[in-house]
Design a protein around this ligand. Structure first.
Ligand code: SAH
Length: 384
């Protein structure tokens, strides 16, 4: 059940937001995440999981949780969060685990402790009076994340819609004007040690500026940040939420994915160097009269690139092409992935043939026509 502001506007026609208000709210959260780089984020009332799906692309986030009271909507939408081939081909730098929980936002379940950011986008207006009364104590008092974003409709905007319904959505239990939302927020902030700032999304049309934004937003930041000790202060309560699903993403923190990423990069750089080599051999052979190709040490310039200039150059001895590890390590991506030369050696050791002194990758360059690695080379390199 998704907030119906967008729908309502389409039906009532007069006012249309582009992009839709729902997208603007998500963008607001994404911009906030980009700025504050939280590691653990929970979206309460996550409905169709679209915000979680957008959040999963943020590198800073290592733990994502979604909670909704509607189990059906979670089971129908968890597919959005599943891993795909791309996640394995280009793994994240940091780990990411996403968990969906079924339960109510006003239950003090320990699974939502220790979060940096909790978002409640168009959620509070769906709560019954009793639930709303418990909400601040649970969110700010118990879960007590460093930051909370709450968005809710601004009822002052409603007369601009031409429809006659009391609220914007049949499941809304109330809709507040700015004074109501701000005094509720300020009370909660004061009581639980947060500061709050107000903003909004969805500009009113010219002439109606006095009604304020269509969506009102409160951004809460904890006055005294959580410490390791405060997070470890165990709050003993029973788990009430049930887990609908957990998705673990591949990341370069796992050695098997790091090995693969380094090997792919090494392979790609060797391939480029080898193409240059084969081209230079072709040119040489074209101008030679002899039958047998003569493998020569390629000219330095052919392998030059800014970051590799000062490193040992690749060379040929007979039909073996040697690419010094130092050379490979000077490529920024390989350096970034491995950190040091020893690590590079360790990560590719099982994938390539190293020279006897362990300083270069060796590959065979016989029977080259087009500069691509032959199947044998791929086998040599372990990239079959
Ligand atoms: N956040 C979503 C839409 C929210 S609609 C978005 O940005 O698009 C409100 C959602 O809150 C619904 O999915 C509803 O099932 C859920 N909800 C209502 N009461 C709840 C409660 N007590 N605990 C958890 N979720 C609740």
């Amino acid at each position: 059940m998704v907030d119906s502001v967008g729908q309502g506007l389409q039906v009532k026609e007069n006012i249309k937001f582009i992009p839709s208000l729902s997208e603007q709210r998500h963008k607001f959260v994404l911009d906030f995440v980009r700025k504050h780089k939280p590691q653990k984020v929970a979206d309460l009332g996550c409905a169709n999981c679209k915000l979680l799906w957008r959040l999963k692309y943020h590198e800073s986030i290592e733990v994502l949780a979604g909670l909704d009271i509607d189990e059906n909507i979670l089971t129908r939408n968890i597919y959005r969060l599943h891993t795909g081939a791309g996640d394995y081909l280009d793994p994240r730098e940091r780990p990411l685990t996403i968990t969906l929980y079924h339960g109510s936002v006003v239950e003090k379940d320990p699974c939502l402790l220790g979060f940096d950011l909790i978002t409640c986008i168009e959620l509070i207006e769906h709560l019954e009076a009793k639930e709303l009364a418990k909400f601040p104590e649970v969110i700010f008092g118990f879960f007590s994340p460093s930051m909370v974003i709450i968005s809710t409709p601004n009822s002052e905007f409603n007369p601009l819609f031409s429809g006659k319904t009391l609220f914007r959505h049949p499941d809304h239990k109330f809709e507040w004007n700015r004074t109501q939302f701000q005094s509720w927020s300020l009370d909660a902030a004061r009581h639980y040690g947060y500061s709050v700032e107000f903003t909004g999304l969805g500009e009113p049309p010219p002439g109606a500026e006095a009604v304020g934004f269509c969506t009102q937003i409160g951004v809460f930041v904890k006055n005294i940040p959580n410490t390791v000790e405060s997070l470890n202060n165990e709050k003993t309560t029973e788990c009430t939420h049930t887990t609908v699903g957990t998705v673990i993403y591949p990341s370069l923190k796992e050695e098997k994915y790091l090995r693969k990423a380094v090997s792919n990069e090494v392979f790609s750089q060797i391939l480029k160097m080898k193409r240059v080599l084969v081209e230079s051999l072709k040119m040489k052979n074209d101008s030679d009269s002899g039958d047998e190709p003569e493998f020569v040490k390629p000219k330095c310039d052919e392998f030059k690139s800014d970051s590799t200039e000062d490193t040992p150059k690749p060379f040929c001895i007979e039909n073996v092409f040697y690419v010094p590890l130092e050379r490979l390590f000077s490529f920024p991506k390989i350096k970034h992935l491995c950190g040091d030369l020893e690590m590079l050696k360790m990560l590719i050791a099982d994938e390539v043939t190293l020279s006897s002194d362990g300083s270069s990758v060796m590959i065979n360059i016989v029977n080259e026509e087009d500069g691509d690695l032959s199947d044998n080379d791929r086998d040599d390199l372990g990239f079959g």
